[in-house]
Structure formats: structure tokens, C-alpha cells
Write a protein that binds this ligand. Sequence first.
Ligand SMILES: NC(=O)c1ccc[n+]([C@@H]2O[C@H](COP(=O)([O-])OP(=O)(O)OC[C@H]3O[C@@H](n4cnc5c(N)ncnc54)[C@H](O)[C@@H]3O)[C@@H](O)[C@H]2O)c1
Length: 467
Amino acid sequence: MTQDRRSFLKTTTLAGAALAVAGCADRPAAASSSPVFAAAPLSGVRWGFIGVGARGSGHVDTMLMLEGATVTAICDTHAPSLKAAVDNAAKKSGRTPQAWGADGDANAWKSMLASSEIDAVVISTPWELHTPMAVAAMKAGKHAFVEVPAALTLEECWELVDVSESTGRHCMMLENVNYGREELMLLNMVRKGVLGELLHGEAAYIHDLRGQMFEVDHGTGSWRTPHYATDQGNLYPTHGLGPVAHYMDVNRGDAFDHLVAMSTPARGRALFAKANFPPDHKWNAIREWKCGDLSTSLVKLASGRTIMVQWDETSPRPYSRHNYLQGTKGAFGGFPNRIALDVPAEELPAGVRAKMKPDAKRSNSHGWDMDMKPWFEAYDHPMWKKVGEVAAKHGGHGGMDFVMLWRVQQCLMKGKPLDQSVYDAAAWSAVTPLSRASAEQGSAPQKFPDFTRGRWRTTPPLVIEAD
Ligand SMILES: NC(=O)c1ccc[n+]([C@@H]2O[C@H](COP(=O)([O-])OP(=O)(O)OC[C@H]3O[C@@H](n4cnc5c(N)ncnc54)[C@H](O)[C@@H]3O)[C@@H](O)[C@H]2O)c1
């Protein structure tokens, strides 16, 4: 029996026991009992885009590079952004996509979705539009690919799941970080048992984005800043959490069970507004910034394992997603990448052994190994080996954006399941409403709904393959 299979069965048994105690389905069973959804293969994919601002314009650009992908329609209510994306597509592909929304009509996307020339839609709009647009896309027969977070409330999470199941359309949240070179390598290492049995993970999105407040009337800061005034909890949980959920086989043998959360006081946004905008500016008119600067959640899994999830887009501090894993054989940490193992020398990659004293019998877990080169050589994910070089040259965020869309395109054309299911979109996004509820209730535990309706116990781990 392979390591993958063994550890899957092991966590399945553990998790099954926990489920009996916790109680299961919050909703009636779905019609299909297959845990892994795959749609019929497409000979080519005709893509529509809703929202081509900072993020969506990059998705259009990447899609234009992919074999079998055609950009057929683009919608944005901001005429200059729409024109720039349409012109870019026309120039690079020789085909001018249909343009929607140039007159500023906020409902133009609905007309676009009626087009029979679209197979799949990429949604890169402000957060509150994600679920309504993804749901409408699926109901119009299109596969939905929606930016992070996929949903803002538990009701929206369920709506995505219900509509994906009833329409037989994919709904994937575009969590690009799962396709970073480090994250893919770590997933591969975990599967090969390098860290032993996983016990704990740490995930974060720590990124000082106060500068977005200068986008007052248009752009990311114009719609994102008001969320800091009115919301609470972790508003952007999935960048760090997505990869950790994959390492831990969440929804594929294990499941998020409950979380507790707490937030710091909210200070940074008011200070930044005062320091950078006139006293009568709208940011200074906000009487209370409700959202604590740093949110910390602790997630307990059905297997008993734990994940810490942090979020802070306000404090002055260097970027981090933590990307930390503790296993019974050692630990891996990100930002900066480092590894510490307590294993016999013969279990280490040749490049690591070459740096050890010739008579050393074991690795030393009391110090970090910061040299990742031999680890990449030994454990780079097959997908990264195949397209990583091209991705790093062309794609945003170090190549992860390219690998993600390339992989999506491969899966759609081959009729394979996607790496990130609608259940992942729902469970990862659910941290936002649950952390908010916990923070508002003195850190009271909040139960995760079981969006898979119990099928996480029989869903196999993600396949590690090149394409
Ligand atoms: N995965 C990542 O690494 C990553 C990075 C940045 C942003 N994002 C996500 O991408 C999304 C977009 O963020 P952004 O920074 O590009 O914001 P943005 O403001 O630059 O772009 C949003 C676009 O949506 C358009 N829009 C708004 N309402 C619309 C409507 N009714 N119909 C059509 N178009 C409409 C706007 O005109 C704008 O061009 C957000 O959800 C954000 O969280 C993800």
C-alpha cells in the first residue's frame, strides 16, 4: 500500500469517528454520490470575463497564452478598463471579443451570460458580487471561476454548492497560491511522508495594503476600504489557508470542524487616513473602523489536527503567508522558506546529505536548513517541472497565476476534476463569516457546515500529476 493510500485510510477512520460525535449533514443529501466532480471534456474553452480591473486584466492576458483557450467576451462597467482588455485580446489573438458594460450598466454581465459563445467565466469583481455572478453563470450553463473569497456568508457558500450540484457546472475559487512553486513542492513532500504525520499548520495573509486607500473613486481600495469600517474577523482567509487545506486533505479524508477567532483593536486605517488625507476626506469621516487590524483564528479539524489562520492588511510589517507545517518528523516554514527534520541521514535528499558531516547519522531538528535548492531538486511538483519555467517568465505572483489557469484549461479540455472543488471554495471562504461571528461573541467556537454532506470521508486525496 502506498504512503498516500495508508495516510488517507488512517485520517478517514479518525475523522469518521469524530463526525459521529459532531453530527453531520446540515442539508439533505445531494443527488449525486460521487465526491469528485468532472464535466464532459471540451475541445476548446471559450472564456468570458466579468471584471477586468487590476486582477481580471491579468487573467485575460494569461488566458491569451494558453492553448485551446479563446477569449470571446469581456464585461466591465469601467469603460477604460474594458477597452484596455478588449484591445489587448484583439491585438494578441487577432479576434475581438464581445464587449459588455461600456455604458456603465451594472447589469450588463447578465446579458453577457446569455451568450452561447461562452463555456466558462472568470469573475474578478468586488467581493459582494462574487457569489451572485458565479451562481448566475452556472445557471446560464457556464463553468464559474471566481476570485477570492468566493463567498461572504454561509448562505452564499451553500448557494454555490447547491447550484454547482444542481447545474452540473464547476465552481472553482481561483486560489492561485495553491499553484506557487513552494506550495506545490510542499504538497509533494507531504505526500511522500517527508514531515511524517501532519499535526498542525499555520496560514496567513499578512500584507500591508494601506496604500490601496489612495484609490478613492475607482480601483481596489475604493470598494475594499469600506469593508474595514463595517466588517469584523478575517476578511481574506484563503491565500494562506488553501495550500494548508490541501496539505491536510481537507474535504478529502479530513474536514474543518470548528474555529475560534479573535481580533486586535482596529487602529491602522484611522491612523493612515489621518496622516494622508485632509480632515474632511471621506476616509476621515468614518467614525469607527470596526475590523480589528490582525485577526487570528484557530481551526480544529475532524481528525483533531489544528490550523492557525491569520489576516492583517493594515499593520506595518513585511509580507507573509506563514505556510508552516508541523509533522511528527519535523517542520517546514515559509517566509523565508526553511526546514528542520529529525530523520536518519539516508532519508534526506542527496544534495542535503552532501552538506552534512560524513559521520552524521541524523539531521538536526534544532536548526533550520534555509538552503532550499536541494529540496526543490528532490521534490519539485511534476506540474511545476512541466510548466514552471514558462510560468515564472510570463505569469504574475512568481508564476502561480499562470500555472493555475494552465491547469484549469488542461482539466476542462481533458474532462478531469479540478484541483479545487466547490466544497473547497465554500469551506475556505466560510472562515470569513465564522471568524466574524466568533470575534463578535467573545471567541465562542463556531461549527463549520459540512458542505460535502459527509462525502469528505470517501473523497480521495488530490492527485499529484504533471498535467
Ligand atoms: N488571487 C489574487 O492574487 C488576487 C489579487 C488581487 C485581487 N484579487 C481579487 O480579485 C477581485 C478583483 O480585485 P481587483 O483588485 O482587480 O479590483 P479592481 O477594483 O481593480 O477590479 C474590479 C473590476 O470590477 C469591475 N466591476 C465592478 N462592478 C462591476 C459590474 N457590476 N459589472 C462588471 N464589472 C464590474 C470594476 O469596474 C473593476 O474594473 C477581488 O475579489 C480581489 O479579492 C485576487
